[in-house]
Design a protein around this ligand. Structure first.
Ligand code: ADP
Ligand code: MG
Length: 270
């Protein structure tokens, strides 16, 4: 069954304030994008900065309303839900941001940060919430001693782990990861990707994984969508993208990927 589906999604910024923003000043961040994600799959959304990836991620989650088109979650149209209706869907879809620190309340402890969604959704007693926070913390590889720390007392990798713990605490089905590890070094990035793979098999998660780095997708993703100027210009199974890339933009992205085997590079680029 399709978990998530986007049908002809478009998002234009600047249009609504038309009495002082001319049509020519409108910015089409996402243009006629259709895609789908099966349950249990990981979709890689790849493109350079400004190509519309984050806007598309927000549209898929309902954090932003599209100018046209619709989003279906398990077949249900969630595009025009009101806040109350959206609440019943939103706990099943969560986002992980590139910079978790800026999304955290700096005055909160790790326990309060991870526990916030549980409080918002009035889940269980204080004791039950504490148990859930601890469980999430352990799932992301941090011990209970981190519960009382504040965000600025954590390393970049630990902050991202707390961001993931917060995203899984309500037991979601889908995580939209917006360049979650781009500010981490290569070794940490590998560890964090492995963590996401482990969580996927333990919790039965599906991912939309947004990145500007095409080299991350082949091991991690099932399908890859390449975005360019607000549009999806390529859609492939990830193991095929090296050999079968059709669009010139994908080929130019591939040129910046270090490929170990020079014969593969020949196939990929020519
Ligand atoms: N809230 C906004 N208001 C106006 N323009 C925006 C807004 N958010 C994004 N944009 C513009 O939309 C385009 C796509 O941005 P974004 O989705 O952030 O791309 P990416 O995540 O691929 O870097 C960019 O040109 C950006 O300046
Ligand atoms: Mg972005």
């Amino acid at each position: 069954m399709k978990l998530l589906e986007a049908v002809s999604l478009s998002k234009t910024y600047g249009k609504e304030r038309s009495w002082f923003t001319t049509q020519a000043g409108a910015m089409q961040a996402v243009h006629n994008v259709s895609l789908s994600l099966e349950q249990g799959e990981t979709l890689g959304l790849v493109g350079e900065s400004g190509s519309g990836k984050s806007t598309l991620g927000r549209l898929l989650l309902g954090l932003d309303k599209p100018t046209s088109g619709k989003v279906l979650y398990r077949g249900q149209d969630i595009t025009d839900l009101n806040l109350k209706q959206m609440r019943s869907v939103r706990h099943r879809m969560q986002m992980i941001f590139q910079n978790s620190l800026s999304a955290f309340n700096p005055l909160f402890t790790v326990e309060q940060i991870i526990g916030e969604p549980l409080r918002n959704y009035r889940v269980g007693t204080a004791e039950a919430r504490r148990e859930k926070v601890l469980e999430s913390l352990e799932r992301v590889g941090l011990s209970s001693q981190y519960m009382r720390r504040h965000p600025h007392e954590l390393s970049g990798g630990q902050q991202q782990r707390v961001g993931i713990a917060r995203a899984i605490v309500l037991g979601p089905e889908l995580l939209i990861c917006d360049e979650p590890f781009s500010s981490l070094d290569a070794t940490l990035r590998r560890q964090m990707l492995n963590l996401l793979l482990d969580l996927k098999s333990q919790l039965g998660l599906s991912y939309v994984f947004i990145t500007h780095d095409l080299s991350l997708v082949d091991r991690f993703c099932d399908h890859v969508a390449v975005m360019h100027q607000g549009q999806i210009v390529e859609w492939q199974r990830s193991e095929c993208i090296l050999q079968n890339a059709v669009h010139p933009y994908t080929r130019s992205l591939l040129e910046s990927v270090p490929i170990q085997d020079p014969r593969l590079r020949q196939v990929a680029l020519f």
